[in-house]
Each structure stands twice: as structure tokens, then as C-alpha cells.
Design a protein around this ligand. Structure first.
Ligand code: SAM
Length: 242
């Protein structure tokens, strides 16, 4: 509709129309039923849409899960009785939900518990996504602010997942603190998988910081590694050393 200034459309802040609604992600038919991801286009923060590093991590997990054991090629040492997974900065919850759906799809023996976490504002969106995928029995969405003291619920984690969480310089020390807390126990060290899209030079400072405590090992043994590299998107395993 036109007014004296022209069109009303010009006066209304434009919301991104990509990444609104619900995506069905089957990852080439590997997930059936497919993963449903409700996105809000960023209305509840940048996590309200799916990011490329999240897709990379899903693809990696799918590729490394044989039919008989959830995450079998990622956590070969685990007994398979219980798998406790924590995702940091989950946004829509895409990566954690992919694991939950995979566990459900293949009826993996043993229990899987997945905690998808982010800032409080994103918890309702993550809960919607848990419902959309029917994985409420194994999956919960909670607030976990990096840099805050972790609770008992975050002990005994087998696998920590983080996709596209290195992008905000102010948050680097907070994310580092959370990773240090998660790996502070001497007995049970979780595996940490971090998918990362390189955007600016400052990101290097995050990796410089964490190298004081972690070996940062680039993971390259997956099919679409070279395609992701073209988008400057990498996968790292972090191993606590100091
Ligand atoms: C670029 S998005 C990635 C979302 C999702 N992992 C993906 O790959 O689609 C980064 C996420 O980190 C979360 N985040 C940023 N700072 C945080 C903090 N201090 N504590 C917890 N989460 C934070 C954001 O809310 C957002 O969901």
C-alpha cells in the first residue's frame, strides 16, 4: 500500500524470508523420517536459523554411525549402554536433534540422552523442534550460558558438540571457560567436536587461546570435506592436554 512516503513496505524492517518456517533435512535419505527444523529467521537471536557448520556436523555424525552402534566410529571406546551428549550454542538444535533422530531411527540399544543448549531466548524454539521430531523421551532443551558455572547435570558427558560457536570475540573467553569446565574431571573426558566457519581474522584468537589447554586436531576423514573447505568450514576435535 502506498502513502505519502511511498510504500509501507519500505517503512517496515525487513525480516529475512529465507530460513523462516520448517525445513525437512534428510541428508540424502540417510534420515528417515527426515529431520524437521523449525526456524524463526533469527527473531530469537542468530541461532534461529540453521548454519552451515551445523549441517557439516550432522553429515559427519551420520557418516560415522554404523547401523549397529550410535556414533560407533566416533566413540568406539564407549560401552554403548549410555550415551550422554551435550550440544553448546545449539540454535535450532539441529545437531543434537540429528543424533536423537538417528538413535530413534535405528533403535540403538542403550540409552541416549541429548541436551541441546543455548541462551534462554532460544529454548522455546529448541523445544518446538524437539516436539516436531518426536524425540522428547531422549532430548531436552535447556539454557546454558557459556562462562557460567556448570551443574551436576553436565557431569559425565560422553560427547560435546558445538557448531558455529566461534564468531563473537567477547564470547571467546566464556566459551573457553565452559570447555575447560566440561573437561576438568580427570577420569571421564568427553570427546569434543567443534565445527567452525572461518569468517574473520579475529577468530584466530579463539584458537590461540584454547591451544594452551587443548590439542586442536582437524578432522578431514569425511566425504564432503573438500566441499566444506570451499566454504571455509572446518571440523575440529579438541583434546584436553593441560
Ligand atoms: C551461529 S549460531 C549457530 C547455531 C547452531 N549451532 C547451528 O549451527 O545452526 C551461534 C549460537 O551460539 C549461541 N551463543 C552465543 N553466545 C552464547 C553464550 N554466551 N552462551 C550460550 N550460547 C551462546 C547463539 O545464541 C547461537 O544460537
Amino acid at each position: 500500500m502506498d502513502n505519502i512516503f511511498g510504500s509501507f513496505d519500505d517503512l517496515i524492517a525487513v525480516r529475512p524470508i529465507e530460513h523462516l518456517g520448517c525445513q525437512d533435512l534428510s541428508f540424502g535419505g540417510q534420515l528417515s523420517p527426515s529431520l524437521k527444523v523449525v526456524e524463526d529467521g533469527g527473531a530469537s537471536g542468530c541461532g534461529g536459523k540453521v548454519w552451515i557448520a551445523g549441517e557439516l556436523l550432522c553429515e559427519y555424525i551420520l557418516e560415522k554411525t554404523p547401523r549397529d552402534k550410535l556414533l560407533g566410529a566416533i566413540l568406539p571406546e564407549s560401552s554403548g549402554v549410555m550415551c550422554n551428549i551435550l550440544e553448546l550454542g545449539s540454535g535450532t538444535g539441529i545437531v543434537g536433534l540429528c543424533v536423537s533422530l538417528l538413535a530413534q531411527q535405528h533403535h540403538f540399544p542403550g540409552e541416549t540422552h541429548v541436551n541441546i543448549t543455548d541462551i534462554g531466548m532460544l529454548v522455546p524454539l529448541m523445544q518446538d523442534n524437539i516436539l516436531a521430531n518426536g524425540v522428547g523421551d531422549s532430548t531436552e532443551a535447556t539454557e546454558l550460558l557459556w562462562g557460567t558455572t556448570l551443574t551436576k547435570q553436565h557431569h559425565n558427558i560422553d560427547l560435546v558438540l558445538a557448531a558455529d560457536c566461534v564468531y563473537l570475540e567477547d564470547a571467546f573467553p566464556l566459551l573457553e571457560d565452559t570447555l575447560l569446565q566440561l573437561t576438568s574431571g580427570s577420569e571421564h573426558q568427553p570427546m569434543i567436536l567443534m565445527a567452525y566457519r572461518r569468517r574473520r581474522k579475529a577468530d584466530r584468537r579463539f584458537f590461540q587461546r584454547i591451544r594452551k589447554h587443548f590439542d586442536v586436531i582437524e578432522v578431514t576423514d569425511f566425504t564432503r570435506h573438500s566441499q566444506y573447505l570451499k566454504s571455509r568450514t572446518h571440523l575440529f576435535e579438541l583434546v584436553r592436554v593441560h
